[in-house]
Design a protein around this ligand. Structure first.
Ligand code: ZN
Length: 424
């Protein structure tokens, strides 16, 4: 059936300043009408009373592990995980094996994502060949192949001359440079530097490692006039630096990961290596600074940094790989922030959908306008569920939230007018 009629949902679309109970009619993959008491005999009916209807989520930071490490995740499992979490757009990170530093790998991902057909998967390319930080990739070729951004995520680009050149070139091509900011001459450890790292006797990653590289990149972006996106912000001082440079008119944006908004370094004492992420979970003061920055607009978007790893890669903390899965837990975490009054629902949708779509100029995403592609998420903010073997779509289980009760559940995800996920 090519028509969908979504009845009586609370439509939240900050791109149009919309927060009201109405109906939406979807026809031929597009939004045909938004209004009260819509009627269409031939449409499949979705009763959305008591549910929130919003533009589907856009994740600009996800690790799909395909090609090369498909025992952790692949494009199909990641797509299923995405739509179960309310996402219909993923920007995948290029630290695959081989990395996305040439058009062949980008083409492979785009083709495979199309054949799965559940959501948009947009590759980012590497800043440097082999992610080695020595020689810039061919940005033009990567753009031609369909890459939407450039990053060496996981491996910060340390060479300032190369970073400056990357900003200039990418700026001319209209590609967004996204950097993982941690000075790796200081950040060679495993968890935040503080009493927890002392208690456990584990080598650490201090916040100044992040602050140094954030400051350098802000300065380079300011002087070149080229857009810069800072990935997974975690330190209070970095927040202040970004606020300062935004005030000076620098073309800078940044993201925060859900786990930095709800966990602190103490989580390592409870969850061990499952709480190991880069940059690490930090102090409560840092978390508070991030929450404040969400409110005042210093932080532009929430990105998952979905980072699947096998169970055997999450053993002893010094040997464990860093990262958590996050596509299905982002919404419950964001809703927790709403319940605690840090942000409202409209701001949440902006952070998870409208703002990231706008940042990468993704057409047909991040808005529910009549005539635009019907990419939407319908969720129940109150429904409780448990992330376990039955509900998890990832091939991996690495999150401190495993087997925990979460509040807020996606009920339908609609991609170009098709129901690609349903839990009705
Ligand atoms: Zn990442």
């Amino acid at each position: 059936m090519s028509k969908l009629l979504i009845k009586r949902g609370r439509i939240v679309d900050p791109s149009q300043n919309l927060d009201t109970v109405m109906d939406i009619l979807v026809e031929k993959g597009k939004i045909k009408a938004i209004g009260e008491n819509l009627f269409e005999l031939e449409a499949q009916l979705i009763d959305a009373s008591g549910l929130v209807v919003c533009p589907s989520f856009v994740d600009i930071h996800a690790h799909l592990r395909d090609p090369g490490e498909t025992y952790k995740e692949d494009i199909e499992s990641a797509s299923r995980c995405a739509v179960a979490g309310g996402y219909t757009t993923l920007v995948c990170m290029p630290n695959t094996k081989p990395p996305i530093d040439n058009p062949h790998v980008a083409n492979y991902i785009i083709q495979k994502a199309k054949s799965v057909g559940l959501c948009y998967i947009l590759p980012s390319g590497t800043l440097t060949k082999g992610r080695e930080g020595r020689e810039l990739s061919d940005f033009y070729a990567l753009k031609q192949a369909g890459c939407v951004a450039l990053t060496d995520d996981g491996s910060p680009l340390m060479d300032s001359r190369l970073m400056q050149r990357a900003l200039e070139l990418a700026g001319q091509l209209g590609l967004l440079v996204m950097n993982h900011c941690e000075d790796d001459t200081i950040a060679y450890g495993h968890i935040n530097e503080g009493y927890v790292s002392s208690l456990l006797g584990v080598a650490s990653r201090p916040p100044q490692a992040e602050d140094i590289l954030v400051a350098r990149d802000l300065i380079l972006s300011y002087h070149t006039g080229s857009p810069l996106h800072i990935q997974h912000l975690s330190s209070a001082l970095s927040v202040e630096l970004i606020r300062y440079f935004k005030g000076k008119g620098a073309k800078v944006s940044c993201e925060v990961n859900p786990y930095h908004l709800v966990f602190t370094q103490e989580e390592v004492l409870k969850s061990g290596s499952l709480a190991k992420v880069n940059p690490p979970l930090r102090r409560e003061e840092d978390r508070q600074a991030l929450l404040e920055a969400l409110k005042d607009g210093t932080i532009d978007c929430i990105a998952t940094d979905h980072a699947p790893h096998a169970t055997w890669e999450k053993g002893q903390i010094e040997k464990a790989k860093a990262g958590m899965i996050g596509l299905q837990t982002a919404l419950p975490i964001a809703l927790e922030l709403v319940r605690h009054g840090h942000i409202n629902l409209s701001k949440m949708v902006e952070l998870m959908s409208c703002a990231p779509a706008k940042l990468l100029r993704l057409e047909g995403c991040g808005a529910l306008k009549v005539g635009s592609k019907a990419n939407l998420t319908i969720f129940d903010p109150e429904r409780e569920w448990v992330l376990d073997e039955r509900t998890n779509f990832s091939k991996s289980q690495n999150t401190p939230l495993w087997k925990k009760t979460l509040k807020g559940k996606v009920i339908y995800t609609i991609y170009e007018g098709k129901v690609v996920y349903s839990d009705a």
